[in-house]
Design a protein around this ligand. Sequence first.
Ligand code: MN
Length: 241
Amino acid sequence: MSGFPPPQVVDDLVLANHILSNEGVLDAFGHVSARHPTTPDRFLISQTRAPELVETGDLQLLDLRGERVAGAEGRSYEEVAIHAAVYRGRSDVGAVVHSHAPSVIPFGVTGVPLRPIYHMGSVIGHEIKVWDIAQRFGETDLLVRAATEADDLAAALGGRTAVLMRGHGCVVTGADLRAAVFAAVYLERNATLLAASLRLGEVRGLSKAETQRASEMLRGRAGDRAWEYWVRRLPHRATNP
Ligand code: MN
């Protein structure tokens, strides 16, 4: 496909869609994208379709306004503005996940902060802010479509790995697809475990230094190890990893 990233990125994006579905981060909704490695003002994302069903032929190349420049001719996801805004504002980000993972929703609506509580959760970063679309844009249907809304969300993300969206979901970033998938999976797991811990009593999370050290440790080869495992777990890949 003209202008498309190398096959490795295309294949990884299809796998990222399947992994995030299989690991309970995405369902029929939510999406994952990858920035073009050599044309940084383009990113690859599926046309509107449930992530578990995404195939190579569903992928489309968008510019940083969210306009299609190549690939599948179907409708784009309604919220591609989220991805475009993050790529515009963060040159260090190579992949973006937007999910409605159920376990993170309570932390967007209660004021209880989502913080890393175990070493695997350190990849989400020590601080996660909650962005509330109503604060600047009033009572909407909660979807982020306009560039002004998406820029406001990206500003709340700042230089961090993830941001929660009140009454909606979250955005998770990574230097590449494998890092973003890793963080999105462990954001979901950490949220589940934090909710369970809060029911038992006072929670002692990771300190800032522990978060930094553990996440640096995981940024090594752990990503490839997890990726290989998650690929093998895909139902249709069971005999052909
Ligand atoms: Mn959404």
